[in-house]
Ligand binder design. Structure first.
Ligand code: 13P
Ligand code: SF4
Length: 376
């Protein structure tokens, strides 16, 4: 396997904005899988309809096994909006739990079992930095700029986008969100994932009209030059997906000539171009579920999903696209099943642990950007 290359990773992994972070008590640290499963099931029986567990496709097997719904960011948002449960336990990362809090009622609590599960990409576009960029860009043009933020961002950025006439999108509706924006303005500022932005621009036939805006590089921040383009891409990326390279696709095709390749749109443009199918984690899941028995699929996304697909589809040969070098998501991994046991047992005692609560004003504004997405 050729040596992996990876871009430097500048963002503070510990980005953390809540002051109610609670760590796992020692008594929960060494539970065996058998004991844990028994205790989780007993707690869920007792809590009944008061609790719903939502699990992102990248969660560990021991989390998705207990989830009422497993899916992509968009599907999880829909489930959060639909549930009447008093407690939404989110197997995912902070921005997902925040989004669930934004679209649930004030009387419902969203619990993120470990609040250290923070997506580094979401931390790459801080609202203050975006404010500064926005002032420069809008001063450089008379045309309307519409901001779109990927779901992988914090609530304050979602609120900012709503205020400036923009919206939120996920990997499953980015092209629709761009079309929505171009119906209302002449330019789009897309945050924070430059690869999803590039791939969406290609999908819309607008590849030649993009420019990158790197908030850490003064040289790239030329507002006059930037607004000469229709799509301005914030310089953020996912360190799990940016590791995939074109040579991984070539290698898998040479080792397994019959293999098909499906990748996530957070991958680099050349990887997406070399793949057979590109789509959200729900599309990746459906692609493998709909494959004929005996087909081979190489999966270009986070390793837990590749492992789930292998387990869930024994008739299909499932390969991780870059073999042993495929990564798990460090943020998603923070949701340990011991934490799940603890937060459930605490609910039985009437205590809510690790509640994600977006402040009411931000919640209201961010909700506008989320609603615009839901209506796409
Ligand atoms: P999906 O919306 O496709 O589930 O992706 C979320 C994510 O964080 C991918 O890295
Ligand atoms: Fe964030 Fe990447 Fe993890 Fe998705 S896989 S949650 S984008 S770090």
């Amino acid at each position: 396997m050729p040596e992996m290359e990876t871009a430097a990773f500048e963002t503070d992994l510990s980005l953390f904005k809540y002051d109610n972070l609670e760590q796992l008590p020692p008594a929960y640290r060494d539970l065996s899988e058998g004991e844990r499963t028994e205790r989780i099931e007993a707690a869920l029986d007792e809590l009944g309809d008061d609790v719903v567990i939502l699990g992102h496709n990248y969660q560990r097997r021991e989390i998705v096994e207990h989830a009422d719904f497993v899916g992509d960011s968009y599907g999880l948002s829909r489930e959060a909006a639909a549930t009447d449960a008093d407690y939404v336990i989110f197997g995912g990362v902070t921005f997902m739990a925040e989004s669930a809090d934004i679209i649930t009622d004030a009387s419902q609590s969203v619990i993120l079992p470990s609040m250290e599960a923070s997506c580094p990409m979401a931390g790459m576009a801080e609202a203050l930095q975006v404010d500064a960029a926005w002032a420069e860009l809008t001063a450089a043009t008379d045309e309307e700029v519409i901001p779109i933020t990927y779901m992988n961002s914090y609530a304050d950025l979602k609120a900012f986008c709503a205020e400036q006439g923009g919206l939120v999108c996920t990997s499953s509706n980015a092209a629709d969100a761009f079309e929505w924006a171009f119906d209302r303005g002449e330019k789009v500022l897309f945050l924070p994932d430059k690869y999803l932005g590039t791939n969406t621009a290609h999908e819309l036939g607008m590849a030649e009209e993009t420019v990158e805006w790197d908030p850490w590089d003064p040289e790239s921040k030329d507002a006059i030059k930037a607004v000469d383009n229709d799509i301005i891409l914030w310089e953020g990326y996912c360190q799990v997906h940016e590791r995939f390279r074109e040579h991984h696709v070539e290698q898998v095709r040479s080792d397994h000539p019959e293999a098909n390749v499906v990748v996530h749109p957070e991958c680099r443009r050349e990887v997406v171009e070399a793949a057979d199918v590109v789509g959200s984690t729900a599309t990746i899941t459906e692609t493998v579920e709909n494959a004929d028995p005996g087909e081979t699929w190489a999966i270009g996304t986070e390793i837990h999903l590749a492992n789930h697909l292998d387990r869930w589809n024994p008739e299909v040969e499932v390969l991780p696209l870059c073999g042993d070098a495929c990564m798990d998501c460090n943020a998603m991994r923070q949701i340990d099943p011991n934490y799940l046991t603890w937060v459930l047992e605490e609910l039985l005692e009437g205590r809510e642990r690790n509640v994600i609560e977006v402040d009411p004003e931000t919640k209201e504004r961010a909700g506008v950007a989320m609603d615009r997405m839901m209506e796409l």
